[in-house]
Write a protein that binds this ligand. Structure first.
Ligand code: ARG
Length: 599
């Protein structure tokens, strides 16, 4: 069926397919029930695409609601469903087929002309660098979001470990997804630069009469020894604790040594951020030191924090153990800092949303902090709405033995060696395949692919579950991996480079879908805004991975059945290829993956 999209009135572009169906059904239900405000409906993808593309199953619950209210306008859910279908605005344009099944499930199949218009719109409005994601319907988007992620601890034995890698990768993708919708994001690295560990370290360094001329690995060793002393030796422990208090009170000598230690860690972290292509503002715990007393004062005045056995405590509604926000020795802790940071971000940074990316183990901590902030009124905005707070929790990284991911000797795996291991395994496997690349290009490709594989392996799981770290799995070129996506991207790019001289952007182009695979690819392409929306609303980067993977599967199926260059449908198929590549690049960009153009 040939179709000319230019004859196709006002196409609702910008939204993803699910949102378009949702808006159409919301309007229809609202009209049928003659309600003033839009009724929310439930839309899901059809599990079997012979039946349709999407399904609305809201007729049953709405019918039940009407019945309860004594409204007898409809005799059963099915007749309500039929009335809803009739009321869909622009139904003939949008859908080629609608059907009511069983007790009142409505299935819809998009019209070819609608899909063609969407694909053309993608090609016309995108460039190699970016694909346009216009503002979405019914989506509340913050103006400014603070994203607190990565946040390793300085001077602890752990250095930056896989947990911080997860936080870094997930947090960066959330930032990029927010930015796709025009949100101003402030990336903050809340490094642990102010805790008890410094007391131990500074005291131990003092005892050993050491300067600051040592590398981070020595620092790890030092920390281990200092920690042993701290746990065994009461005198050392007391001196370490008083050292922290002196540091926090601004002791010049202590402060100088502290700065040198921070600098050593910083150099190490920066190297990792460079490899991962992350730029984040370091604003560690120490930044908030001065404002902690003011913030705690306010909490005391408002009756939220109370003194209990010498410590300052915040009692929650349900939790029996309070949040301690000042220790009985007067020292500040993790919670004191987070309260001050939250105050600073809401009042001074004027964030509309604050997102914290850490392991799920910290969810109780954030619940308590958020609850205190809410009670203190820090979340109330002038327009009577509230600042949105999210704790984005993630699971553990496991080894293939089913235990926590460790080195053979049981230590935490240093990130640098983990990343370079992925890269060198990539190089090995690239070298075994035939390739268009020379040696230098192969090396570069392996660097990109190795990082991409690690990032994608992390992002594609539902973040709250643990996942198994396996080089073999993440480098499988036939699986749901970055390697598969990058090969597909290179294949499309190579194909398109053979047709570079063709102008595909004229909106008058005829698109034809002669094969079912072409239509399926169009549907896959047009789900991008839905996927990005899920990342922003549900803070689930895995949704974007699902999108990219299904897009590549649809492309490869299309490519294996449909000849492109030299076929009668050449132009139309090239438009599909180009829309695919733009959409895939956008997804890869948000996932922090650099696309490869040939392989
Ligand atoms: N440094 C902490 C850790 O390694 C994470 C900090 C997260 N951010 C925050 N505002 N508490 O566990």
């Amino acid at each position: 069926s040939a179709c000319n999209p230019s004859t196709f009135g006002s196409v609702p572009t910008g939204d993803g397919l699910r949102e378009i169906v949702k808006a159409a059904f919301s309007e229809a239900v609202t009209a049928v029930l003659s309600r003033g405000t839009l009724v929310d409906v439930n839309i899901s993808e059809c599990s079997n695409n012979v039946v349709g593309d999407y399904q609305c199953n809201s007729a049953m619950p709405i019918f039940a609601e009407l019945k309860q209210k004594g409204d007898t306008s409809f005799s059963n859910p099915r007749s309500l469903a039929e009335a809803i279908v009739e009321a869909i605005p622009g139904r003939e344009h949008l859908f080629a087929q609608t059907s009511v099944a069983g007790p009142g499930f409505v299935n819809v199949t998009f019209s070819a002309s609608f899909l063609a218009a969407g694909v053309l719109d993608t090609v016309v409005n995108s460039t190699d660098e970016k694909i346009r994601i216009p503002p979405q319907r019914n989506m509340s988007i913050p103006k400014r979001a603070v994203v607190d992620y990565s946040s390793p601890n300085i001077a602890k034995a752990s250095e930056m470990h896989v947990g911080h890698l997860r936080s870094t990768i997930i947090g960066e993708t959330i930032c990029r997804a927010l930015e796709s919708f025009g949100v101003e994001t402030v990336r903050l690295n809340h490094v642990g630069d102010w805790g008890t560990q410094f007391g131990m370290l500074l005291t131990h360094l003092h005892d050993m009469q050491m300067g600051s001329d040592f590398a981070i690995t020595d620092l790890q060793e030092f920390y281990k020894v200092a920690k042993l002393r701290f746990d065994k030796d009461d005198d050392f422990k007391a001196r370490a604790q008083s050292a922290v208090v002196r540091l926090q009170a601004g002791d010049v000598q202590m402060r100088k040594l502290w700065e040198e230690i921070c600098e050593i860690s910083r150099r190490d972290f920066e190297e990792i951020y460079r490899v991962l292509d992350i730029s984040i503002i370091e604003r560690g715990e120490s930044f908030y030191n001065e404002i902690i007393p003011l913030v705690l004062d306010e909490l005391v005045k408002k009756g939220i924090a109370v003194e209990d056995q010498g410590a300052l405590c915040i009692f929650g509604n349900l939790e029996s153990t309070p949040l301690i926000c000042r220790k009985s020795d007067g020292g500040f802790n993790y919670a004191s800092t987070d309260l001050a940071a939250l105050w600073q971000r809401t009042t001074q940074l004027e964030a509309d949303q604050i997102i914290y990316v850490t392991d799920v183990g910290q969810s109780k901590h954030f619940e308590a902090i958020f609850d205190a902030a809410n009670r203190a009124g820090w979340l109330d905005k002038k327009d009577n709405t509230k600042i949105r707070l999210d704790h984005v929790g993630f699971g553990l990284v496991m080894g293939e033995d089913g235990k926590r991911f460790r080195t053979r000797s049981g230590g935490t795996v240093p990130l640098r060696s983990l990343l370079s291991e992925a890269q060198s395994r990539c190089l090995e496997s690239l070298q075994t395949r035939s390739s268009d690349l020379d040696d230098k290009e192969l090396l570069e490709a392996s660097h990109i692919m190795g990082i991409a594989a690690v990032k994608y392996a992390d992002l594609h799981n539902n973040r709250s579950t643990n996942y198994v770290f396996s080089y073999d799995r993440m480098l499988d070129m036939k699986g749901n991996t970055a390697v598969y996506l990058l090969y597909t991207h290179a294949r499309i790019s190579t194909l398109l480079s053979r047709a570079e001289d063709q102008d595909l952007t004229s909106p008058a182009h005829q698109m034809v879908f002669t094969d079912e695979k072409e239509r399926a690819l169009a549907v896959a392409i047009l789900k991008l805004p839905d996927a990005l929306r899920a990342v922003v609303q549900d803070l689930l980067p895995s949704r974007l991975c699902d999108y990219a993977y299904h897009l590549c599967v649809a492309y490869n199926e299309f490519y294996s059945t449909c000849k492109v260059i030299g076929s009668p449908e050449e132009k139309s198929r090239l438009i599909l290829c180009r829309a695919t590549v733009f959409s895939l690049r956008r997804a890869l960009f948000v996932l922090g993956i650099t696309p490869l153009h040939k392989l």
